[in-house]
Design a protein around this ligand. Structure first.
Ligand code: GDD
Ligand code: MN
Length: 399
């Protein structure tokens, strides 16, 4: 890129053009191995265009003594965050951008960022300036000199705090923290923190065990490989700041994601949690079916066949929509993709219904136990529906 252009972009974001400094002082610097980062800061972003430049400035000021880089992992934010990050990167080689298309998810974004780093130490922090970057040098010291494997930025140890959260959010956070102790050591006071630094080798050692579901990557890391030597960690207090620009992405569905993560850690090695979610929603679908059937057949006195058909279609649309919203939230279909998804879902489930009846008939014919036969049919139908729709309906990331 033309130097003048670089300078004007740099000026716009209030960043000193690093390239210039290198040219006028010491070109040799660029080739020094010491120049490669010791610390990568992975920052997941979704609609943080106003925060990204500011964050780079703050990191720059906080990390004077440590060679670092920042890796933004952006899920194709509609506000153009990725483009802003690329502009920053064009004037500052410490800035990198991973731009993901057709994917959503904070945890999976963090993992992808970590996997793109070659630095021995990796921090994960939010891109909305709520995490206190001035704590990073202390975290670094704890790992680099202090023999720790992981340092948690903690709101729940002395000196830490949750800032100006309302009492409802504070209560939810504490409740969720208590629940998390089902899968992480109780000595960890802030397992819900999204701010931490870890040795890369420790992360890589466990990366294949991660669930990568939802928001809680730190909890995931601690809860994965519980049969291994526990991670040596320290908690370093910080005050959670208020968001200045943009909005939080933690919505009601985050609670669902959190429960899925806990379930995956507890029983995921035996049953895939997506299947559990799918089966649970299938159960709700049955309730919807019966309600519609009762209304139309008993209430409106419609022909049974008509009522049953209407109930089946309603239940299928219900099941598809709710699965699209929750079970496959990370691959959610919209627009035309939604319609195509619904069609393939209904087709797959119709075949599943045949399989269900076929198997049930077969079992009933062999031993005459109708409850057993019905259950066998339901299980086979559900597994079929799950397997086929996970592949055809929600299979590829782009629809
Ligand atoms: N790439 C990507 N994809 N980034 C995302 C996504 C996503 O789907 N959703 C959120 N982010 C980014 C946001 O842009 C922000 O940089 C960061 O992840 C945190 O998201 P917020 O929406 O600001 O969440 P929060 O402030 O409510 O929650 C934070 O605080 C919790 C503490 O209770 C997060 O840091 C949590 O991880 C943390 O546990
Ligand atoms: Mn936030």
């Amino acid at each position: 890129m033309h130097t003048l252009m670089r300078e004007s972009i740099a000026g716009e974001f209030g960043i000193e053009p690093l390239i210039e400094r290198r040219r006028t002082t010491d070109l040799h610097l660029i080739r020094q191995p010491a120049d490669s980062p010791l610390l990568s800061i992975v920052v997941p972003t979704f609609n943080e265009r106003d925060n990204a430049p500011k964050l780079v400035q703050l990191l720059s000021a906080a990390l004077l003594a440590i060679p670092w880089e920042v890796i933004f992992v952006d899920d194709d934010s509609p506000d153009g965050t990725a483009e802003v990050v690329r502009q920053l990167a064009s004037v500052d080689p410490r800035v990198r951008c991973i731009h993901r298309i057709g994917r959503r998810g904070l945890s999976s974004a963090c993992i992808e960022g970590v996997m793109a780093s070659s630095a021995p130490y990796i921090a994960v922090m939010d891109g909305d300036l709520q995490h206190d970057e001035t704590v990073l040098p202390r975290m670094f010291e704890a790992l680099h000199q202090g023999g720790m494997e992981l340092a948690v930025g903690s709101r729940y140890v002395d000196g830490g705090g949750i800032g100006e959260w309302d009492s409802k959010r504070a209560f939810i956070s504490r409740f969720a923290t208590r629940l998390s102790h089902l899968v992480v050591p109780p000595s960890l006071k802030d397992p819900m923190s999204g701010f931490f630094m870890v040795r890369r080798d420790v992360f890589l050692d466990r990366v294949r065990l991660l669930s990568a579901l939802g928001f809680k990557i730190l909890l995931d890391l601690f809860a994965s490989g519980r049969d291994r030597t526990p991670i040596r960690f320290i908690e370093i207090p910080y005050q959670f700041r208020n968001r200045q620009a943009g909005v939080s992405k933690l919505d009601n569905q985050a609670a669902w994601d959190y429960v899925m993560l806990l379930l995956d850690k507890l029983i995921g090695r035996w049953v895939p949690v997506r299947f559990l979610a799918f089966a649970f929603i299938g159960g709700l679908g049955l309730v919807v079916h019966l309600a519609v059937l009762t209304g139309l057949f008993k209430g409106s006195q419609l022909d049974f066949n008509v009522a049953q058909t209407a109930a089946t279609v309603t239940a299928m649309v219900f099941n598809f929509s709710v699965n699209n919203l929750l079970t496959y939230r990370d691959r959610r279909l919209s627009g035309w993709g939604w319609g195509r998804g619904l069609a393939s879902f209904m087709l797959a489930c119709s075949v599943g219904a045949f399989a269900n009846v076929g198997i049930a008939n077969y079992v009933f014919g062999r031993n005459g136990q109708w409850v057993l036969a019905a259950c066998a049919g339901i299980v086979v139908g559900a597994v079929w529906n799950y397997a086929v729709t996970s592949f055809y309906t929600w299979g590829s990331a782009r629809k």
